[in-house]
Design a protein around this ligand. Structure first.
Ligand code: GDP
Ligand code: IMO
Ligand code: MG
Length: 428
């Protein structure tokens, strides 16, 4: 069972870090294939909390080789800050491999991310401000800087100059900001070259050889299906392809290499930033979910918007990712509700529709139709077998499984590594 992809099935922060960490020492390579340090993956091991933004969660497992694929955008300052932070806590990061084709987030990408958001006013996306969109725009515009460009000073200088030519006009004439000096940017990027050089390799070749040898390669998605630039709630999305197919592009492995796709879903729904969210609760119930679930962003510290579980949203992700398994997280957070509403369909313009609407306009107007499931009051954080759950908790899980159309193979009942109930092995 060598190739497995972990993907968020909602709007991010489902607990992908924890789910990835579950496979632990059985994984030979853990690969980030999309996004950048807009991600924040939290893992709790022996009471120690780790928040990873750019490095794959597998970095915490000594037997797993962490890999950053070509589909990732890398802020070098953040990369080394994260490496230094982990090293100081006794984590060995020396096995990290980075694709020569990964793109670099330069300081001007962050500036442009922030000024464009300000310029958009109430049409803003609510980005993380980390320069993600502008870095991917340059990649697609063929104005990007790749990791391998660091190894040729004169090429790097030319590319930085080309990338800044139009941007400086925009910054000065439209955004009323200072022009950015290409020489300064080049020197800044070159200051990392000696540290990064030993990590850089042909990741595609390494991973394909590993798969040939029957090694287990886990592709750790960042963001989520509904933040995907093609499949998400565009334009309120990130600028990459977090979906399972993105693993093939962002790491250089063919689709036939992927044996399992695991969708991570929170027992309710959260979203950070702007964009449609039919089951959002803007009342005391939403506040309670936020407080009980500690729903504050790992990356930006922003409040996460909270609402009930939206089955059509997850079902859309199941369809497009062909999830073989689901990992349900934060079930413990729902303890204490007498009834738990679950969105099973929507009302749009007076009509009942079973699936996520095809158009954004209809999705904006979709009103959730709820089914009310019985809650439970028992503390479930100590449960380790499905049969340990109260009957109503079991029924909640089984109903979600039916509604989304994929089996639930793992259930998180707390943030720690051992707080999990496994129903099916994710590797065999
Ligand atoms: P990711 O971006 O998908 O990796 O998720 P985040 O790390 O941003 O957010 C998930 C949060 O929920 C983290 O603080 C995790 O420690 C926590 N978490 C994950 N699974 C569970 C769970 O089953 N129960 C509880 N209570 N917390 C969990
Ligand atoms: P993880 O991997 C939740 C959201 C931002 C914003 C939109 C675009 O931890 O689940 P960007 O900076 O990417 O251009 O912002 O996407 N967003 C996330 N929301 N979890 C994430 O990552 C996210 N990464 C980006 O809030 O709405
Ligand atoms: Mg997160």
């Amino acid at each position: 069972m060598p190739g497995i992809v972990v993907v968020g099935s909602q709007w991010g922060d489902e607990g992908k870090g924890k789910a990835t960490d579950q496979l632990g020492d059985r994984v030979d390579y853990t690969v980030r294939y999309s996004g950048g340090n807009n991600a924040g993956h939290t893992i709790v091991v022996d009471g120690e909390k780790y928040a990873l933004h750019l490095l794959p969660s597998g970095i915490l497992n000594a037997n797993s080789t962490p890999v950053i694929g070509n589909g990732v955008v890398i802020d070098l300052a953040v990369l080394f800050e994260e490496i230094d932070g982990l090293t100081a806590r006794g984590i060995d990061t020396s096995k990290l491999l980075i694709s020569a084709n990964a793109h670099i987030i330069a300081p001007y990408h962050q500036v442009i991310d922030k000024v464009t958001e300000r310029f958009l006013g109430n049409r803003r996306i609510g980005t993380t401000g980390r320069g993600i969109g502008p870095a991917y725009s340059d990649k697609i515009n063929r104005l990007g800087i790749r990791v391998q460009d660091l190894f040729d000073d004169s090429i790097l200088a030319q590319k930085v100059e080309a990338a800044l030519e139009q941007k400086n006009h925009l910054l000065v004439k439209v955004y009323n900001r200072r022009a950015i000096d290409p020489g300064e940017v080049t020197r800044h990027l070159l200051s990392y070259v000696d540290r990064v050089r030993p990590m850089v390799t042909d990741v595609t070749r390494v991973l394909n050889r590993a798969l040939d040898d029957g090694k287990v390669v886990l592709f750790e998605g960042a963001q989520a299906h509904h933040l995907d630039v093609d499949h998400g709630t565009y334009p309120y999305v990130t600028s990459s392809n977090p979906i399972a197919a993105g693993a093939c592009i962002g790491a250089g492995v063919g689709p036939t290499r992927i044996d399992r796709t695991v969708g991570i879903m929170k027992a309710y729904t959260t979203r950070v930033g702007e964009g449609p969210f039919p089951t959002e609760l803007l009342d005391a119930d939403g506040e309670k979910l936020r407080a009980d679930g500690a729903e504050f962003g790992t990356t930006t510290g922003r409040n996460r918007r909270c609402g009930w579980f939206d089955a059509p949203v997850v079902e859309a992700a199941v369809t497009a990712n062909a999830f073989t398994d689901m990992f349900l997280t934060k079930l413990d957070i729902l303890t204490g509700w007498e009834t738990i509403p679950v969105c099973v369909a929507y009302e749009v313009n007076g009509e009942r529709i079973e699936h996520q609407p095809m158009t954004q306009t209809d999705f904006h107007h979709a009103k959730p139709i709820y089914e009310y499931l019985d809650g439970w009051s028992e503390d479930i954080s100590g449960c380790r077998e499905f049969s340990d759950f109260p009957q109503t908790t079991q029924a909640y899980v089984r109903r979600l499984e039916e509604l989304v159309g994929a089996r639930i193979s793992g259930i998180g009942v707390g943030p720690s590594r051992e707080q999990v109930v496994m129903l099916h092995d994710l590797l065999n």
